[in-house]
Design a protein. Structure first.
Length: 392
């Protein structure tokens, strides 16, 4: 852990050594019984303060060495105050980088040496030395531990900030991916259905162009209506993507279950007989639920048109008090749409993802007597007050 920097302490052994030597020079003739500065005293003072240069890497060892040399310095009869600053700085380093137990042990050592200096002083006061030995280490340990906790809190806050940033980035990426998937589903539902109808009708018109002009003309009319509807839905979707909630309300609203009759008529014109059966009391459902059900029926009928012709289809919509059941079955001999999806299609995958968004489920599979069925289950509101016919 890096040492917390304190504006109250000078973090260098050189400055401390200079101050110690100045104190020595100022105490040459005090008359208090301490010997004058000599070579052993200078060497011990220099050694004590040079040890401070390594306090960042090895605070415990440096503190032990300084306390040992300081004890020898006092034992030789020199003035104890000279090397006390180095010992205090070493104790603060231990307290600011090590656990409380280690700091208390170093503080006890410093206090014991202060007390020993009081006993060894020619005219010193043991009571004053004992007070210094208790107060100074306690203050240094307290401030050192506070600095250590502040450093740890700063590191923790930095980690939390980095974690929050990562979570925000991940959430943004998920939102982009979900939006891309939603746009892909909408494009697939709009394009696949209408283009399939247009492809079938254009083939029919080309086939009977010379032999049955009336049928060809009706096929061209269906193509015109289908393409206009596709363009209208594309404009609505693009407008919502550009403007969001500020989109103008000049385009047709989102499809609802009330539009299933028109879809069935369009499929009949495309060569697939479709029967629409509605059971229960039709009511207005949340827009997302109605759009989900509409898109599932649209995708299922598109699969019939593309993979199951010649076939007939039955669309059954059942309104229940707590849920909506939609079933699309056909009797065609065509390819399994699930197999088509496995080879790269996205229709059935889109159905299931749409249903999940609203707490529902989609089950698909071949029928017991051939053909294919798609079953959608969606939970709905239980409120029945103010019900109106679906799609009104």
């Amino acid at each position: 852990m890096p040492i917390p920097r304190s504006p109250l302490l000078v973090d260098t052994g050189i400055a401390s050594a200079v101050l110690g030597c100045a104190l020595l020079l100022g105490r040459q003739d005090t008359g208090e019984g301490y010997p004058p500065l000599d070579a052993p005293g200078c060497l011990l003072t220099l050694a004590v303060h040079l040890l401070l240069c390594g306090r960042r890497r090895h605070p415990e060892a440096v503190t032990a060495g300084i306390l040992t040399l300081w004890t020898a310095y006092i034992a030789l009869g020199y003035w104890p105050v000279v090397n006390s600053l180095a010992a205090q700085l070493a104790l603060y380093t231990v307290a600011s980088t090590r656990p409380l137990r280690t700091a208390l042990a170093a503080g006890a050592g410093l206090g014991a040496i202060w007390l020993y200096g009081g006993f060894a002083a020619p005219h010193g006061s043991v009571a004053a030395a004992a007070a210094l030995g208790a107060v100074v280490p306690a203050v240094l340990v307290r401030f050192g531990q506070s600095a250590r906790e502040s450093e740890r809190r700063g590191e923790r806050l930095a980690e939390l900030a980095a974690q929050l940033q990562e979570e925000r980035d991940a959430k943004a990426l998920r939102a982009v991916a979900e939006e891309q998937a939603r746009i892909a589903r909408e494009l697939h539902d709009v394009i696949a259905h209408h283009i399939s109808v247009i492809a079938v009708q254009s083939g029919l018109a080309d086939y009977v162009f010379d032999t049955d002009p009336g049928t060809a003309r009706r096929a061209l009319g269906t193509i015109a209506d289908t393409s206009s509807e596709a363009l209208e839905e594309m404009r609505r979707m693009l407008t919502l993507l550009r403007a969001g909630d500020n989109a103008p309300e000049t385009y047709a609203p989102m499809p609802t279950l009330g539009g299933l009759a028109d879809m069935a008529a369009r499929m009949r014109a495309g060569g697939v007989p479709v029967e629409l059966v509605v059971e229960g009391r039709p009511r207005t459902l949340p827009p997302g639920v109605e759009l989900c059900a509409y898109r599932v029926v649209q995708e299922a009928l598109t699969n019939v048109l593309k993979h199951a012709r010649p076939a007939t289809a039955v669309v059954q919509v059942r309104y229940q008090p707590h849920r909506l059941l939609v079933t699309v079955t056909d009797d065609g001999p065509g390819r399994d749409p699930a197999g088509a999806d496995a080879r790269g299609g996205h229709g059935l995958i889109g159905m299931r993802e749409r249903a999940k968004l609203y707490g529902g489920a989609v089950t698909t599979g071949p029928g017991p007597e051939g053909g294919f069925h798609v079953r959608l289950t969606l939970p709905t509101s239980t409120a029945t007050a103010g019900e109106t016919p679906a799609g009104s």
